[in-house]
Design a protein around this ligand. Structure first.
Ligand code: SAJ
Length: 425
C-alpha cells in the first residue's frame, strides 16, 4: 500500500473524506443519510432541478428514509443535495453510483442512465478518487464502464442490497459484498463500508465476482418463485393445497420457502436476471432454466385472469385490491397487478382498483378508477397488504367470488375463494 492509499484509509477512519452519491432514490438516499449520520459529508447528486429543490426541503418519495432522519442530515449540513456536475464531482473523494439499471421492452439491459454517469465522470480528474458502482449490472460491466476510466484512481463494485418496505432490514444492517479493481480499491472500498455499516463486509476476488453474486442472489429468488408457481398449478390439477405443501416442505433444513402469486414485480427480481440471460447468450452458455422461470412468472397474471373469467358475467362488479408489487409499500414498479389491469382492459371488463398505499393522483395518472368501500361481485387480491384483513369486510358479501392472487386468505370468505394452488369453496 503506497502513502496515498494509507492516507485515504486514515481519512476514511477520521471521516475526513467527502462522499458523492449519484442517484438518490431507493438505494442512494438511505446510503447517503446513513453515511452522513456516521459523520461523513455526503453530496447527494441529482440531475433534475425540481427533485433537487424537493430534496433540499426534505421531501422524498423514498419510504425507507424517515423524514426526521433526512431533515436532520440536511440540518447538520452533513447531507448536501447538489446538482450533478463534473465540478461538483471533483470535490469528493468517493463517488458511489446508485442509478437504475432497468430493462427495455424487449427485456434487454438498459444501461442508459449508468452510461450517462460514465460520460460525466470522463470529464472529472479521477486521480486518487474511489468509484464504487452499486447499480446492478452484469459481470464485467463495472470494469467496462469505470475501470477503464482511470489509471490513477480506485474502482470497486458493491451491488446494492435493499429490501424496500422492510423496516428491519435497513441498509446499515445488511451485509455487503465488495469486489475491487485491485487490492487497494478493495481495501479502500471495504474500509468505507466498514465505517458506515453494522454488518459483515464480504470481500471477493474481483468486481465481476461481486456483480455475479448479486445476479445469483436475485436470479435464485426469481427461479424459486417460478418453481412454486409451477408446482401450484400442478397441485391445483391434483386437488392438493400448495400452501400446505410449502408449509410442510419448510420443515426440511435445505428448503427455503417461496410462495406462488399473481406475479413477480419490483425493480430487482423480474429485471436483474435478464442481465445474465443476455450476457450468457453472448458467451454461448444460454441460461435455459432462468429464461423459462422468468416466462413462468410473467404468465401468472394471465392465469389469475383465467380464474376470474371462469366466474365473470357481463355486468358484474369487479374490484382489484392492491396495485403495488409487494405488501405494505407504495411501489408499483413492474407490479403484476398493473399487468392484470391491462388484461382486464383488453377483455373489456370494467373494474375498479383499491390500494391503501397508492394515491388518487397515481391512480388517475394510470387512468384507473378508484373503487369505493362497497361490496362487489368479484374481489381480486393483487397485493396482500396487512390492511386487507381489515378492509376485506367492505368488499366481500356472502355472494362475492374472491380471486386470491396472493393466497392471502386462510379460509372461505364470500361464496368462494379461488387462490393459486389452493381454494376454499
Ligand atoms: N414474490 C413472490 N413469491 C415469493 C416472494 C416474492 O411472488 O415467494 C413476489 C413479490 O410479491 C414481489 C416480487 O416477487 O412482487 C419481488 O419480491 P421481493 O420480496 O423479492 O421484493 P423486492 O424486489 O423488494 O426484493 C428485495 C430485493 N432487493 C434487492 O434486489 C436489492 C431482493 O434482493 C431480495 O431478495 C428481497 O428484497 C428479499 O430478500 O426480501
Amino acid at each position: 500500500m503506497n502513502n496515498h492509499q494509507k492516507t485515504f484509509l486514515s481519512n476514511i477512519n477520521s471521516k475526513l473524506v467527502k462522499v458523492g452519491i449519484i442517484g438518490v432514490g431507493y438505494v442512494g438516499l438511505p446510503l447517503a443519510v446513513l453515511a452522513s449520520q456516521k459523520g461523513f459529508t455526503v453530496y447527494g447528486f441529482v440531475r433534475d432541478d425540481s427533485k433537487l429543490a424537493s430534496l433540499k426541503k426534505g421531501i422524498t418519495d423514498v419510504d425507507t428514509v424517515s423524514k426526521k432522519d433526512l431533515k436532520e442530515s440536511l440540518h447538520t449540513k452533513k447531507f448536501i443535495p447538489k446538482k450533478l456536475s463534473p465540478k461538483a464531482l471533483s470535490e469528493v473523494d468517493i463517488i458511489i453510483v446508485c442509478v437504475p439499471t432497468p430493462i427495455t421492452h424487449s427485456k434487454k439491459p438498459d444501461l442508459s442512465a449508468i452510461s450517462e454517469v460514465r460520460d460525466i465522470l470522463k470529464k472529472v480528474d479521477l486521480k486518487n478518487k474511489l468509484i464504487i458502482n452499486e447499480s446492478t449490472v452484469a459481470p464485467g460491466t463495472t470494469e467496462e464502464l469505470f475501470g477503464s476510466l482511470t489509471k490513477y484512481g480506485y474502482v470497486a463494485s458493491s451491488p446494492e442490497r435493499v429490501d424496500p418496505g422492510n423496516k428491519e432490514k435497513i441498509v446499515e444492517n445488511i451485509s455487503k459484498v465488495v469486489g475491487g479493481k485491485d487490492e487497494a480499491s478493495l481495501a479502500i472500498a471495504s474500509a468505507f463500508y466498514t465505517a458506515i455499516l453494522n454488518a459483515p463486509i464480504v470481500a471477493v476476488s474481483s468486481m465481476a465476482t461481486a456483480e455475479m453474486t448479486k445476479m445469483l442472489e436475485n436470479t435464485y429468488r426469481a427461479v424459486n418463485i417460478a418453481l412454486v408457481n409451477e408446482i401450484a398449478i400442478f397441485s391445483e390439477a391434483l386437488g392438493i393445497d400448495v400452501v400446505e405443501v410449502i408449509r410442510a416442505a419448510s420443515s426440511k433444513w435445505s428448503f427455503h420457502p417461496h410462495y406462488p402469486g399473481i406475479g413477480v414485480g419490483g425493480h430487482c427480481i423480474p429485471v436483474d436476471p435478464y442481465y445474465i440471460v443476455d450476457l450468457a447468450v453472448k458467451h454461448k452458455t444460454p441460461l435455459g432454466v432462468v429464461s423459462a422461470a422468468l416466462k413462468r412468472n410473467e404468465m401468472m397474471p394471465t392465469l389469475v385472469l383465467k380464474k376470474l373469467l371462469a366466474w365473470y358475467k357481463p355486468g358484474m362488479s369487479v374490484l382489484l385490491y392492491g396495485l403495488t408489487y409487494k405488501k405494505d409499500i407504495g411501489d408499483i414498479r413492474e407490479s403484476p397487478s398493473l399487468v392484470f389491469c391491462n388484461l382486464l382492459k383488453m377483455h373489456n371488463i370494467p373494474f375498479r382498483v383499491y390500494d391503501p398505499y397508492v394515491s388518487d393522483e397515481v391512480l388517475k395518472k394510470l387512468s384507473l378508477q378508484k373503487g369505493k368501500k362497497e361490496q362487489v361481485d368479484i374481489f381480486v387480491i393483487g397485493t396482500d397488504h396487512t390492511l386487507l384483513s381489515e378492509d376485506k369486510k367492505y368488499f366481500i358479501s356472502h355472494s362475492t367470488v374472491v380471486v386470491d392472487g396472493r393466497n392471502a386468505l386462510m379460509k372461505k370468505f364470500g361464496s368462494r375463494v379461488i387462490g393459486i394452488g389452493r381454494s376454499f369453496a
